[in-house]
Design a protein. Structure first.
Length: 362
């Protein structure tokens, strides 16, 4: 915080047995003047109940978790063709070779970011809402053959959210609640927070167009234009809620969860090496050189980060989870100092837990 990585943060660490430690540091807003403008308590310190914009953590907390639940409920399969759920993905007007290529794209490709879809498009500039955005993505040209190349894709996860909605028979946001958040008791994880909840939400970036801070609305432009319901971003949550999911995932990998299927979770969090050299699992990421999990976590760790300054890593080898939520984009996304903080945080957590357990054995 002294170096300006973020104005404040909430952090926690725990195991399959529960939380070891949880704390908050700094303030929600950049300074007291900004806090007053946003009707926030000037000196309020973030904590377990502070809501942060999760950004791309949405991909795993929401969308990936829903896909896993639908597979468990036999309403979806990794091998399902995207076109079988979204016929508009393979339009009849396309050339035969193009249709054949697009017909090969599966749910698994979307989870691995190997569908061939581009990483991103400024859809918010031309699309008035979610339906129009979806139509553009369905018609977007593939940059490579399915499975041939890794390219982290927001567009792919927007489609994945819609695939989930079609397979589950209800909107993604509803599926998140019914299949993931409610069963796990995650009462503070939500989309499109109400105005009454803003006092416990950390603000994000200063918007030059509106001359105001983004506060209580999703920071990602495409997600915001899409009504906050897209599969790639849009969720807000707390360290307390994310701990519930992290703990349950650790329990599932031990075969002790009554809510998550062990075999499905094992498959989802295992690095696929598809294509060779990719660090991705299904939806999740795994450790790689200079990744945000640091240098000390187990090789079988899995996690994800969010553009706004959020991260969650789960380390089954050490029976450990570690969560760091911040609003590093407040006041500007140009601030990139979060990278070093994430790595240092993860390393310190692993060291502290190992040292504590060693002392207990002695």
């Amino acid at each position: 915080m002294k170096d300006g990585a973020f104005p404040g943060c909430a952090a926690t660490a725990g195991s399959s047995r529960g939380a070891y430690w949880s704390a908050g540091f700094g303030t929600l807003a950049l300074d007291s003047r900004t806090a007053r403008k946003l009707s926030l308590p000037g000196a309020a310190t973030p904590g377990q109940g502070t809501l942060y914009d999760l950004a791309s953590l949405t991909k795993v907390i929401g969308t990936t978790s829903v896909i896993a639940a639908l597979i468990r409920n036999k309403k979806l399969a990794l091998s399902d063709k995207v076109a079988s759920h979204l016929p508009g993905f393979v339009q009849a007007s396309l050339k035969k070779k193009t249709r054949e290529l697009r017909n090969k794209v599966t749910v698994e490709h979307l989870l691995l970011h190997t569908s061939g879809l581009p990483s991103w498009k400024p859809l918010y500039k031309t699309c008035p809402g979610y339906k129009e955005m979806l139509k553009v993505i369905l018609g977007t040209k593939l940059e490579s053959s399915p499975g041939a190349r890794y390219r982290y894709s927001d567009l792919g996860f927007i489609l994945l959210g819609e695939v989930a909605a079609k397979a589950g028979g209800m909107p993604l946001a509803t599926l998140e609640k019914k299949l993931v958040f409610e069963p796990l008791g995650m009462k503070q994880t939500l989309r499109n927070p109400s105005a009454a909840q803003r006092k416990k939400i950390a603000p994000t970036e200063f918007d030059e167009k509106t001359k105001a801070y983004i506060h209580g609305k999703v920071h990602d432009e495409n997600a915001r234009q899409g009504g906050g319901i897209t599969g790639h971003a849009g969720l807000f949550s707390t360290t307390a809620d994310l701990s519930l999911l992290a703990r349950e995932l650790l329990l599932a990998l031990k075969g002790k969860s009554r809510k998550l299927d062990r075999k499905i979770i094992e498959n989802f969090v295992r690095r696929k090496e598809s294509p060779r050299g990719s660090s991705r699992a299904l939806g999740w990421d795994t450790p790689s050189e200079k990744s945000s999990v640091g240098d000390l976590a187990s090789e079988n760790s899995f996690g994800h980060t969010g553009f706004t300054g959020t991260s969650l890593w789960i380390d089954p080898g050490n029976d450990l989870y570690m969560i760091l939520l911040s609003n590093r984009v407040h006041p500007s996304r140009k601030n990139r100092k979060i990278s070093e903080v994430r790595r240092a945080f993860a390393d310190e957590v692993v060291k502290a837990v190992k040292e504590h357990r060693k002392k207990k054995r002695l």
